[in-house]
Design a protein around this ligand. Sequence first.
Ligand code: FE2
Length: 389
Amino acid sequence: MTETITRGAANQAGAHINKDAYAEAKDFLPLNGVDHVEFWVGNARQAAHYYRALWGFTPVAYAGLETGVRDRTSYVLRQNDITLVVTGALSPDTEIAEHVKRHGDGVKDIAFGVDDATSSWRETTKRGARSEMEPAELDGGEDGVLRRSAVGTYGEVRHSFIDRRDYHGAFAPGYRKIKKPAAAATGLSLLEIDHCVGNVELGDMNKFVEYYRDVFGFAQLIHYDDKVIHTEYSALMSKVMTNGNGRIKFPINEPASGKKKSQIQEFLDYYLDNGTQHIALRTEDIVGTVRQLRENGIEFLGMPHAYYETLADRVGDVGVPIDTLEQLGIEADRDEEGYLLQIFTRPIQDRPTFFFEIIERHGSRGFGVGNFKALFEAIEIEQARRGNL
Ligand code: FE2
């Protein structure tokens, strides 16, 4: 039996939590976590510097002409358990160039670490996944063999399955280690990917919820209805899917009708497809990390003073003075399990599409539903500045 309860606290109304989600998730697809996220971008070399100099990622591996790769340039960037890959095209007639032309910079691959790339592919394609890459052994010579396969999800995003157990080289065959990388920004402590959010067309949310349930064996953790995620003008709905060990959490958003354009619709209008809206990076020092990111020039969504005036009443003690939260623009939320602190960047590329979230969790496994309304009002101010509301 699925137990669905509606949170009692006023700011949690409209959030339907499924307490049995982890037990319900099927284990035919054991996932060890997110191996890496790959962005296809207009200029990988400059994107790599952005993540290094501003976000504190160390460039650890490179693929391109010098390593025998003829159609693309890739940099692998790492910070603790987070691995990002930025890839750009070397000629106009490649799928990478086409992707960037249509979508701008964006997420192409949310890759899972697995113990068996063949059975992961077989189990998911058997259940209806679109194959993007049949199981393959990439020969790394002395470095061993990397096994991988891939299936598609919403839009042009794909999920690769990566088995590194017999591979000891730099990231993957075709890559070489960057021996003396330029120094990464210091003072940042981003630890792991907390969740990855997909934006899909109106009517597609349930389709992809079912896709993650039927094809990947995920279960629905939370359903936020449009009663909780709306402002005076616009609305959205969201369902959060999780795998059995809770390491993978994918909220799926779709726009809901309102007087004006939903932020989800703005994303879709500029990305021209379903796509990844944001990735949340977990830290255990959000104050120090955000302070450093701001010094480095990263721009965040601003929250109004009124938000902080009532914050202490809503969330109680969150270990950081409210003044400090306001100074840095950090939001807080509390549910029955604990609290969380979070903040959202502005879109990080030219188009108003992908952005990052930084999150610090203290017991709460939620997504900051108490902040949704204030947050969406803040986004609407930015949408209006862009002439898109
Ligand atoms: Fe999020």
